[in-house]
Design a protein. Structure first.
Length: 502
């Protein structure tokens, strides 16, 4: 059975959604328990995957390959490296927490909500496992469907607008990627990613393909200026949808750069790295200022996600300046490692922040900062977790939010001190918008009588917040296990950056 471990990880939650749907609206608790069982089993399998993966081996492992579309030579190809394993663990971990978090909150068709979450989890794991470009694209696009449903059915009053904007942005970006993949297939006769990475391409071809991939993955990250769908999607999404969107789905954009842009079009990636670095710095600084003026908590954290994900793309593309310019392999590796650690850390921190906002919304049915004030007087345990996650969002040393950002800043300094200066500016802006939100929500006197009636977190909410807190502190205090897991894969990526196709 474990010879097909990756397929099990993908299809267990997808197939597990069927009995959840069959439970129907007449048996909501049955649907909830089945979905929780499936999510827990998926997480257990991801832990087993961790034990089977050899972190010292940089090659793709646990591979599966079956002929899928014979006429096109397309294979159902799966394999993982250390980066993929880390992201699969993140996905299955978050999968449990969103099921538990929605346990009592989702009363309208809970069986459909839970089923959509499970299908989404399986499709996201599929993206991280795929070694065939067409299979990657199928998983990449199929993710839109359950998220579209989650926002469109269980979202806020402007959910139709948000879902259409989300779908149009992400789908249009992916069309350019599909055109690029078709061109590569006609040239190589294969969709296998390793074959495409070895395919000789002229600079002209690489340039067109680079911007085709950039269109798809920049929207998914999202990068400036194609980021405007994200705040609307977050504001209208249910809490679980926001958690999954921020914690996992945004990472697929960064992961796509690693699997497509860097190995397939390395010369164009080097030539146009300045474009991505510039957009990343705009996200880090400018979007931080936009977050500073938000009066909706969800929108503020959504904009902060754009700023923090800017560190991911900065760390990935600053590597080209280092390895091909200064030839500093240690700094190159540090920047790439920082980008990967930031992806995982942001998954924990952003998921935790949206969970906290969900706790407040469930009680007061408002996300407006002005409606709160003095919450810590009536919800002290909630206040503890809220401050912890706010500190992590600000990049406080000892939390996971510090590790990746600090690594990227150190690497950036080796490439250009001015880039490092702008990147480090986020530590000031991030603290400003996050702590100002905390000050207005938690501290002061209780002026709203409805706030005075709010109850502290219950056992279900405590479980979710404690799990996120443990992950944030563990990664902040002891990041070495995560770095070791991804080390050989990152080293191989750094070596590939030095390859030229022209």
């Amino acid at each position: 059975m474990f010879n097909h471990l990756l397929s099990l990880l993908i299809w267990l939650p997808i197939v597990g959604a069927i009995p959840v749907l069959l439970a129907g609206s007449g048996r909501p608790n049955t649907a909830r328990w089945i979905s929780l069982l499936v999510a827990v089993l998926t997480f257990v399998l991801s832990l087993f995957l961790l034990t089977q993966y050899n972190a010292a081996d940089s090659s793709k492992q646990l591979g599966e390959s079956y002929l899928w579309i014979a006429s096109l030579g397309v294979h159902y190809g799966l394999a993982v490296d250390g980066i993929a394993v880390a992201l699969i663990l993140l996905t299955s971990f978050v999968g449990i927490l969103v099921i538990v978090g929605a346990w009592e909150v989702i009363q309208n068709r809970p069986h459909q909500y839970m089923a959509a979450m499970l299908v989404l989890e399986g499709l996201m794991i599929g993206v991280f496992c795929a070694t065939d470009a067409l299979l990657f694209y199928v998983f990449f696009e199929a993710m839109l469907i359950p998220m579209f449903i989650l926002i469109g059915i269980w979202g806020g009053p402007r959910r139709v607008y948000a879902t259409l904007k989300f779908f149009i942005y992400t789908f249009l970006g992916s069309i350019f990627m599909l055109v690029g993949l078709i061109y590569l297939y006609l040239k190589a006769g294969s969709f296998d990613l390793a074959t495409l990475a070895a395919l000789p391409l002229s600079m002209r071809e690489q340039t067109w393909l680079f911007f085709a991939f950039l269109a798809a993955f920049a929207v998914k990250v999202p990068m400036v200026p194609v980021h405007t769908w994200l705040p609307d999607a977050h504001v209208e999404a249910p809490t679980g949808g926001s958690v999954v969107l921020a914690a996992v789905m945004l990472k697929i954009g960064g992961y796509g750069f690693l699997r497509f842009s860097l190995p397939i079009v390395p010369d164009a990636s080097e030539a146009y790295a300045w474009v991505v670095i510039g957009l990343s710095l705009i996200a880090v600084v400018y979007i931080g200022y936009i977050a500073l003026v938000q009066d909706d908590m969800k929108k503020l954290v959504a904009y902060s996600s754009v700023a923090h994900m800017g560190f991911v793309t900065l760390g990935i593309f600053i590597a080209f300046m280092l390895v091909r310019g200064a030839g500093n392999l240690d700094a190159t590796k540090l920047g790439m490692q920082g980008a990967m650690v930031q992806m995982i850390s942001h998954g924990f921190v952003s998921g935790a922040m949206f969970s906290c906002i969900g706790v407040l919304y469930d009680r007061l049915h408002s996300r407006q900062i002005k409606d709160y004030g003095g919450v810590i007087n009536v919800m002290p345990w909630f206040g503890f977790f809220y401050v912890l996650f706010a500190m992590a969002n600000s990049g406080l040393p000892g939390t996971s939010g510090f590790v990746g950002e600090f690594q990227v800043i150190l690497a950036s300094f080796q490439a250009n001190p001015w880039i490092a200066l702008f990147a480090a500016f986020t530590l000031i802006i991030g603290a400003a918008y996050t702590l100002w939100m905390v000050k207005r929500v938690l501290w002061g006197e209780v002026t709203n009588p409805h706030v005075a009636e709010m109850k502290d977190i219950n056992g279900r909410e405590a479980f979710v917040l404690i799990a996120f807190a443990a992950a944030v502190i563990a990664l902040g205090v002891w990041p070495q296990p995560l770095i070791h897991l991804m080390d050989s894969s990152v080293s191989q990526l750094v070596q590939q950056l030095g390859n030229h196709k022209i």
